[in-house]
Design a protein around this ligand. Structure first.
Ligand SMILES: O=P(O)(O)O[C@H]1O[C@H](CO)[C@@H](O)[C@H]1O
Length: 648
């Protein structure tokens, strides 16, 4: 993802913003994408700020990832719609109303900017997105899908890759990565020349409709306004097609990548896994993985082509009407949610966090852990932005969080004392003073640009709030080598983990198979379920090779082997975990940026991690320690780290 944002597009975006008089409120910065659906807590925002984040959103990154995976050239920008509240003493809470209001107040700017960008991008991609100045091409009932040159052979884009205002819910602007080696000189000159001629399009009555779709995908309110047909959007999208050539035949229904161009319907892309694209069915993968767009071209040719295209855009003069997004909200929402699923999957801790592994072992059951407030794994549209009936929840959450952390307020008074000027913000490298922010995306974070709203004269450089990158930890201590007791059936009282705990394990026990096997709590969780079943009904461990079940006869010390029956294993390991607030199920008893440890699902006697590298994090967001019980029951099929009953 290092070059996911097309540098040329970003530069063009900045030029266009400048030409449109938006330069003074354009920024480049680091955009962090959080899972939502709630707005971030103050602690999270502080954490993100420490990480160098300038703005935060909930969707762009996923869309960008999906698009990039299909080999698309990507450009994204954001309208900074609200300020990050980072003061515990502040009574305000982020709310959807203000976000929507900001978006509404800036829709003209969004439309204008978008149209110009689309025109430019269309020219770059040789698409008739208005670059010709003739406006969108008439609908083509059976337009042949086209293949983006030099991109994933399977990434067949139906009609047009146009980015429409529909992509701009309330923000979003550009993305890209800094440090991209380019020949600035001539390229910039060419771009400047081309973009200078981009005219500000007239605002017409269609603007509202054009920008509604995106919001509809997230906000129920807006959804009621303009129900539209996605099919029409596809047909209306200007098309400049090219034969697909060797492109593999796609029989499955096209998929629309959420957040991207409503017209950019992409048939199930064989190169994209179902986890990344909305509904990529059973389309066989007959194509090779896409090549990185930016790497597939010679810089020289690329620049030349861009410069040329820029000129064309400039000549285009009249800005085309933004193609109406005729996408039905229903369909738009679906993919949106689906694209978030991968997040959950990505939560799986692959590597234990440093500094947590040595956490003290405590045998306190995890049972008493209180339920963590919040977050659902699959945010619904309602919960998404806290619209309508869900809004109260969002606010409650925010309020509750603040209250719960009353004591922390003091601890972080220095930081909290800083008045928050605005969200969105400026990066150190920002060279633009002002509103539409074109971001640069470093590494994994996403840079976004946005039109700040309200626009402030003196943007506070450190006011940006941002997303939450969560991490789940499940480091575990090495299993003991001590022989274990092997009861024919596990006493129910020993498997005292409550359902919540099981859920917790499920949530945090996302370590690799290897880790799982060594993680007592994980086994503990399964053991509990096991204990509740009649003897002999041990559940099959999905990832382990199950062997024929057999009665336990004796304990034979051996290296890890597969259990053929339930056994009770002494547990001396523990698990420390840091869960993301996002993507954690409502019943998940552990929370990341949570309240004091005692409130974070850890038993009252659970030790508070003493040596945390980051004191602040330890205290405020601090990892919670989920000690395992003394004994755990390994179910049939589990691999035992110590001993197992002999196979019969
Ligand atoms: O700024 P982006 O990435 O679009 O994300 C956020 O913006 C929307 C408005 O709050 C939310 O629904 C969330 O998707």
């Amino acid at each position: 993802m290092n070059k996911v944002y097309d540098r040329g597009f970003v530069k063009a975006g900045r030029k266009i913003a400048e030409n449109l008089g938006m330069a003074d409120f354009t920024r480049e910065g680091v955009y962090a994408c959080v899972g939502g659906p709630n707005y971030e807590t103050i602690a999270e925002l502080k954490m993100l700020q420490m990480w160098g984040v300038d703005s935060v959103g909930m969707s762009t990154a996923h869309e960008v990832i999906a698009a990039a995976h299909c080999g698309m050239k990507v450009f994204a920008f954001s309208l900074i719609s609200n300020k990050a509240i980072m003061d515990y003493d502040c009574q305000d809470v982020p709310n959807h109303e203000e976000v929507m209001a900001a978006a509404k107040a800036n829709e003209d700017k969004l439309k204008t900017f978008t149209e110009n960008m689309v025109k430019y991008m269309g020219g770059q991609l040789n698409l008739d997105c208005g670059a010709s100045g003739e406006g969108p091409a008439p609908p083509k009932a059976e337009a042949a899908p086209m293949q983006i040159p030099g991109i994933c052979p399977a990434a067949i884009i139906q009609p047009c890759l146009c980015v429409s205002s529909a992509q701009l819910p309330s923000k979003r602007v550009s993305v890209q990565e800094p440090g991209e080696a380019e020949e600035e000189g001539e390229k910039e000159a060419a771009e400047a020349e081309a973009v200078e001629e981009v005219e500000t399009p007239k605002e017409d009555g269609a603007e509202e409709e054009a920008e509604e779709p995106e919001e509809e995908t997230k906000e129920p309110d807006a959804a009621e306004e303009e129900p539209k047909e996605p099919a029409e959007a596809i047909e209306e999208a200007p098309v400049e097609t090219e034969p697909i050539g060797e492109a593999p035949a796609v029989t499955a229904a096209p998929t629309q990548i959420p957040g991207v161009c409503p017209a950019a319907i992409i048939p199930p892309c064989p190169c994209v896994s179902s986890a990344q694209l909305p509904s990529t069915p059973e389309a066989p993968c007959a194509a090779e993985a896409p090549a990185e767009p930016g790497e597939a071209e010679e810089e020289g040719e690329k620049e030349a082509a861009e410069a040329e295209a820029m000129e064309e855009v400039g000549e285009g003069g009249e800005a085309p009407e933004a193609p109406k997004e005729e996408g039905a909200e229903e369909e738009a929402k679906e993919p949106e949610e689906e694209t978030k699923e991968p997040e959950v999957a990505e939560e799986e801790p692959k590597e234990p966090a440093e500094g947590i592994e040595e956490a003290p072992v405590e045998t306190e059951p995890i049972g008493e852990a209180p339920e963590s407030p919040v977050v659902t794994e699959e945010p619904t549209e309602a919960a998404d932005i806290g619209v309508g009936p869900e809004e109260p929840q969002t606010q409650d959450y925010q309020s509750q969080t603040v209250e719960d952390r009353g004591e922390q307020t003091e601890a972080s008074s220095d930081e909290a004392a800083e008045p928050i000027q605005e969200v969105g913000i400026q990066m150190e490298e920002s060279t633009i003073e002002g509103g539409v922010a074109i971001q640069t995306l470093p590494e994994t974070a996403e840079a976004k640009v946005g039109i700040e709203e309200p626009i402030e004269e003196e943007p506070a450089a450190e006011e940006v709030v941002v997303s939450v990158e969560t991490s789940t930890e499940a480091p575990v201590e090495a299993p003991t080598e001590e022989p274990v007791e092997v009861p024919s059936e596990a006493p129910a009282e020993e498997a005292t983990m409550p359902p919540e705990a099981v859920g917790e394990e499920a949530a945090i026990g996302e370590a690799t198979e290897e880790t799982k096997e060594e993680t007592e709590p994980a086994a503990e969780a399964s053991g509990e379920a096991e204990a509740e079943k009649p003897p002999g009904e041990a559940a099959e461990a999905p990832s382990v090779v199950a062997e024929a079940a057999g009665p336990v006869e004796e304990v034979v010390p051996k290296p890890p082997v597969v259990c053929s029956a339930a056994v009770k294993v002494e547990c001396k390991s523990f698990v420390t975990c840091i869960l993301r607030e996002a993507n954690v199920g409502p019943d998940t008893p552990i929370q990341l940026a949570g309240p004091p440890v005692e409130e974070a699902n850890v038993g009252p006697d659970a030790p508070i991690e003493p040596e945390v590298q980051e004191p602040t994090l330890a205290k405020k967001e601090g990892p919670c320690i989920a000690p395992c019980k003394k004994f755990v029951v390994r179910k049939k099929g589990d691999r035992c780290p110590t001993t197992c009953p002999p196979k019969k």
